[in-house]
Design a protein around this ligand. Structure first.
Ligand code: G6P
Length: 456
């Protein structure tokens, strides 16, 4: 169960077939569910008529949950993305606390839980995903005590100091405690949760097993990953390699291509790298023609004023840098506010010498792992924020503090002169990490831990 179904409504150019929706969650779970013949319960998004959703896509059963316009505002744009998203990301933007939003969040979570109770076979395993559905484990447990319930949070889980701002803090913790296993991206998030559970409810126990109502709830870190082998295989296809070469030539055959790929989100620190690039162009360290920045900013949550503001902010920054430092035919920054296909994305990874990943806070960040997976034997450098969950695993990335622009410029400058043999060695090391702990390992280790829980 996840807020979104793993497909999006077809456009004319898709020829009527339902393409996979963008985002790390979908790319991570599709192969897992297909193998296990599971059903995916989720919302088809926007103005989609639920009546036209196919029953299965790519071998996955689909069960769609519809939202009214007012639920879309209150549950999705409101409580999920206007309250929880900023609160869980270090309150980078001020979270809004609105009682009506909360009521809609609860109601939609009840609907999801009822549907799960309806479709789950006796003794089934139900895996609930992400911050939009935190009440589902508790609600489902009361409807169907026979099922095994897992919950995985894809985004950060904040420390007490921030979480306590939430007026419905106890209800959220109690909702999560309905699960048999609660998984987080990193151990710090798991510890934050366990401490809050002990503080806000009658729960006792440690940071890895919480006891409540004579039940045990396991808590742990399961860092999500990508389909490394699938990505590497795609990156080895001749047409992808040719497309990467074409991209470099379309960019004017620069010495160095820096790439950023993100949903356009204020947590991603896209502006930081634009400011850092501007600084390096102004110091003459980067020169349009020789060096190029490509930034893909995939449109996201476009009805939310905070996202609209962020887009204007970014476009103003890009315009400023390009206005000052581009020359005719050689823009300093190539900025695309568009989604790109999976093939194009992998060709871009192949074409890029340096990947820029500078979120101010990120649960994991799958782009960093995708880049590494695509660069099998190809070298390349990864500049990675220390505030991304991936930073603790990807030993060999150049870690930066995105709050410190000079730290980013320093890392970018060092990339210009890095020894090629060392770069190759380093990327091979990173590649081994991402291959060993891929998405299949993530899902298998989570599901094995869920299977070991004792309450069913
Ligand atoms: C993040 C969240 C997902 C979410 C995705 C896209 O990765 O963890 O739960 O689906 O962003 O955001 P959207 O609001 O478009 O679903």
């Amino acid at each position: 169960m996840a807020n979104r179904l793993p497909v999006r409504q077809p456009e004319r150019s898709d020829g009527g077939s339902w393409p996979p929706s963008p985002g790390g969650l979908v790319s991570a779970l599709t192969p897992v569910l297909r193998e296990r013949h599971g059903i995916w319960v989720g919302w088809p998004g926007g103005d989609c008529d639920p009546g036209i959703i196919p029953d299965t896509v790519n071998g996955i059963g689909l069960r769609s949950v519809s939202l009214s316009d007012s639920e879309c505002d209150g549950f999705y744009t409101g409580f999920s993305n206007g309250t929880l998203w900023p609160l869980y990301h270090d309150a980078i933007r001020t979270p809004t606390f609105d009682r009506d939003w909360w009521h809609q969040y609860r109601e939609v979570n009840v609907r999801f839980a009822e549907i799960a109770a309806d479709v789950a076979a006796p003794g089934a395993t139900v895996w609930v995903h992400d911050y939009q559905l935190q009440l589902v484990p508790g609600l489902l447990r009361s409807l169907r005590p026979d099922v095994r319930i897992g919950f995985f949070l894809h985004i950060p889980f904040p420390p007490r100091e921030l979480f306590m701002q939430l007026p419905w803090r106890r209800e959220i913790i109690e909702g999560l405690l309905g699960a048999d296993l609660i998984g987080f991206q990193v151990p710090g998030a798991a510890a934050n949760f366990a401490r809050l559970a002990r503080q806000l409810t009658a729960a006792t126990g440690s940071d890895s097993v919480v006891e409540i109502d004579s039940r045990q709830v396991a808590v742990g870190a399961f860092p999500i990953s990508v389909d490394s082998r699938g990505i590497a295989a795609k990156a080895a296809q001749p047409q992808i390699i040719a497309r990467a070469a074409q991209l470099r030539s379309d960019l004017g055959g620069p010495d160095i291509v820096f790439l950023g790929v993100d949903r356009l989100d204020y947590t991603k620190g896209i502006d930081r790298r634009m400011v850092a690039a501007g600084k390096l162009f102004s110091e003459g360290i980067l020169r349009a023609g020789n060096h190029v920045i490509v930034q893909i900013a995939v449109p996201s949550r476009e009805l939310d004023p905070l996202y609209q503001e962020e887009r204007h902010h970014l476009e103003q920054l890009v315009g400023q840098v390009n206005g000052q430092f581009s020359s005719v035919g050689h823009p300093a920054i190539h900025y695309l506010n568009q989604s790109v296909s999976n093939d194009e994305l992998i060709a871009l990874y192949l074409a890029a010498d340096v990947m820029l990943v500078t979120p101010l806070r990120d649960g994991m960040n799958l782009v960093s792992k995708e880049y590494v997976a695509a660069r099998d034997g190809a070298g390349g450098q990864l500049i990675l924020s220390e505030f991304a969950g991936a930073a603790s695993e990807l030993k060999g990335a150049v870690l930066v503090n995105p709050h410190d622009i000079d730290d980013i410029t320093e890392a970018m400058r060092a990339c210009l002169t890095r020894d090629r043999a060392e770069e190759m060695r380093n990327m091979r090391r990173l590649n081994r990490i991402v291959r060993r702990r891929d998405v299949h390992h993530w899902a298998a280790s989570y599901l094995a831990a869920l299977q070991e829980t004792t309450s069913v």
